[in-house]
Every structure is written in C-alpha cells, then in structure tokens.
Design a protein. Structure first.
Length: 430
C-alpha cells in the first residue's frame, strides 16, 4: 500500500496494482484564471498514469478540474457521495466527461466495489450551511488497510464517532489543516494591521483544529492535506493576508508539542510513502516554503496573469438592472423554500460605473441607486467591475468561487460571519 502526493488535494493510493485518484487538479489557472499551485507542482496531467477509480469530493476546481479530468483514462470508475442535487455528477455530464461508471454511495452505507475494497462516505457537518451543500469525505477499507480522506470537509463530532465505531484505528488520515476564502484578504472594513491579525488568528484556529482531530481519531499516520495554492494576477497582492500557510510544515511544531501517538507525514510534490516498508520514496527530506518563497514565485511567474473577466468587455447596453432583478427573483424563491427572511442588506457596487443595487433580504424589492448613497446596517457591501458582476448574475462565475479567487471586495458591518447569509448569496443568479 502506498500514497503518492501530487499536490493540493490530489493524490493516488495504490495497492495490488490498482489505483485510486483523489480530487484531480493538475492544470494551473483554475477559478477563472486566478488559482495556481503553490508549492509549484512539478507534475502534469500526463504524470497521473492509468487509474482504476477517481474519488471527487466536491465541485470546486481544485478538487474537480475539467482540464485535468479530460486527461484521465475513460475506463476509470468515479466515486461520488450520493446527494440531491449532485453537482459533481452534473458537472461531469455537462463537460462530456463520460467515464465507465459512476458509483453513487450514500453516506454511512459502505459499498464493496470489488473484492476486498470497501468505500464509505461521511457527510459534512450538517450545521455548516456552506459545506453541507457541496462537500463529502471518504473512508476506504482495502484488504484491512483503512484510509480516511477528509479533504476540505472539516471532521465533525458525529462523523468522527461513526468512523471510530465502524473502523477502529485508522491506518492513514488525510486531514485539513487550513482553508481558503476571501476573508480577511478582501475585506475593506479591516485595516492592513487588522487583516494580518485576523490571518494569524484563523491560521492558529485551523492548526488547533487539525491537532484536535488527530488527537480524537488517533490514526497510525496523518497527512496534512489539500490547500496548496496562491492567487496570481492583479489581485496577487492580497496573498499576504490570506488565512492559510504556504507550507504544510506549519503543523509540525504544534504537532510535536502535542506528543501524539501518530506518525506525521510531510510529503513533497511527487513523493510517495510506502506503508509496506514505512519509508518515503524517494527518501528525501521535506522542503519547507515561506510566504516570501510564495511571493517571489508570484513575482517571477504570475504577476502578468489575466483573469477571464479582464480579457473582454460586455457592451454597455447589457441590462445590469434587469439581470439583477431576475437574479433576485431566483434568490427570493430560495428564501421562500427555506422560510428565511432575515433583516439584512446586500449592496452590489460596480467599481467602474458607480452603480449600486440594494437587496434587503426581508423583502423582494431591489433599490437601484449610486455608490454614494447611504448603507443600512447590517450589510455586506460587495464591489466588483461591471463585467464581472454580469458574469456573476448570469451564473458563469459563482459567488463562492469569486470569493475564493479574491475577485470581490467586501465591506461587512458588523464584521460577523453568518454562513446562512453567504449561502443565500449563492442563489443570486438569473
């Protein structure tokens, strides 16, 4: 049994000549031209080789990139968590990615897909409105060797209890140690000093969460996983505020300080760990990267990157007000289904044409005004170029991805995160 690290959340588990690929992303410039591997990948799509199964945890491109999936052998079988709607299944269909078979596996319903290979899914935290819409995690029991891959799906108490009760001591856990979002990088209500303080606070919270989950699960081996990226292009200056580390090695010191009975695996891109001999192949030391290394890499390779919305312009006649009205109608229907009518304001501002649209989520109405008008609390003010706002309203770019890509500037008053509000924003599309 061995695992090969391709970077980010992409890896291959290999056993007895069979191979399972996790969350394929090896082509740079995802998220409409914004995201690139860091540490930089030394592997490309042609280095994956033949695989028998592909597990895709969720729809985000750093886990499910069409540019990578197109290069995977089509006789592979896909492993997905069964849910409605199934965004990944729809994505594969819409991109004509026709693999041999798709296994839809319901949470906590183990399925033996071939002799000795059992696949189980664990649902995301039901109390997290954003992750429960899209995410999943997987348990693989393969001839007695048990792997839990949480990818971006933060383990929760009930899920951990299920794993312990049904699988005992794990041989390998792939666990999140960080994350990615536009907070605090893109929040103009914070000063630079406040952004740095928030960045450090969130990083420490996530490292503590990683240590806590390792302590609770007590696996034989743990690999800090996913979250290896940077933003290029005109918004790359915001990387200095992003609340994730440039290196998985950030967990090493607190991990060692916790005196855990678990082996910490830190693998370079392209390196594998062979569990039969308990050794890295090639047997090389882990390479540590700093934020300065990241910034130097961006300066040398990524500063001139163009985002999709910077490559063209819509005609001024495109009716932004009508698109906003159509999008608000769809969002209002979602609110009615959820019976969710908070007293909250979204403000959509164009940075180049000084237009403003106010949406009070307690009513169906939209108020069209100028960017000099007053803002009513509580609110989330979102600023973007007009062309990008059009792409958001027609659904070509999702609000969630625009956030991860650092495309949007926010002003949030009060500065309190409400996952229900951010989930609601994603329904604002025509």
């Amino acid at each position: 049994m061995k695992i090969i690290n391709f970077g980010g959340a992409t890896a291959v588990v290999e056993h007895n000549g069979k191979r399972i690929l996790f969350d394929p992303w090896l082509d740079d410039g995802i998220f409409h031209g914004s995201w690139f591997h860091f540490p930089p990948t030394v592997l490309g799509v042609n280095d994956i080789g033949h695989v028998d199964y592909v597990y895709i945890s969720h729809i985000h491109e750093d886990h499910c990139s069409a540019g990578t999936l197109r290069h995977i052998n089509k006789d592979a079988e896909v492993l997905l968590m069964n849910r409605t709607p199934n965004l990944v299944q729809n994505y594969l269909k819409n991109n004509n990615l026709n693999f041999k078979k798709i296994h839809l596996i319901s949470p906590r319903s183990p399925l033996e897909i071939e002799p000795g290979l059992i696949i189980d899914m664990v649902e995301p935290n039901p109390e997290d409105e954003m992750t429960k819409l899209i995410d999943s995690s997987i348990v693989i029991k393969w001839n007695g060797f048990t792997i839990y891959n949480a990818n971006d799906c933060q383990p929760h108490a009930n899920g951990i209890e299920y794993i312990q009760d049904n699988y005992g001591k794990l041989d390998l856990a792939l666990l999140p140690y960080s994350g990615g979002s536009g907070y605090p990088s893109c929040y103009t209500n914070l000063s630079e000093e406040e952004k740095i303080a928030e960045k450090e606070r969130i990083i420490q919270i996530r490292i503590k969460s990683f240590i806590d989950v390792v302590t609770e699960l007590n696996p034989k081996n743990v690999l800090p996983f996913a979250d290896a990226w940077c933003v290029g292009g005109s918004r790359s200056n915001l990387n200095k505020f992003v609340a994730h580390s440039s290196c998985r090695g950030i967990v090493e010191e607190p991990f060692n300080g916790a005196n855990l009975d678990t082996n910490l695996l830190l693998l370079n891109v392209g390196q594998e760990y062979n569990f039969d001999i308990n050794e890295k192949v090639p047997n090389e030391s882990y390479i540590y990267y700093s934020d300065k290394d990241r910034d130097d890499y961006i300066e040398s390779k990524l500063n001139d990157v163009k985002y999709d919305h910077e490559r063209f312009a819509f005609e001024p006649s495109v009716p932004l007000s009508r698109l906003t009205k159509y999008a608000r109608s769809r969002q209002w229907e979602a609110q009615k289904r959820k019976n969710f009518f908070p007293e909250f304001n979204f403000y959509l501002d164009t940075t180049d044409t000084n237009e403003r649209f106010q949406i009070n989520t307690a009513t169906e109405d939209i108020i069209e005004t100028s960017t000099s008008s007053n803002l009513n609390e509580p609110y989330l003010q979102i600023s973007a170029p007009r062309d990008l706002l059009i792409m958001l309203l027609i659904g070509h770019v999702s609000w969630n991805i625009a956030d991860a890509a650092f495309f949007l500037d926010y002003n949030r008053v009060p500065n309190v995160y409400d996952p229900d509000i951010y989930a609601l924003l994603n329904f604002l599309r025509a």
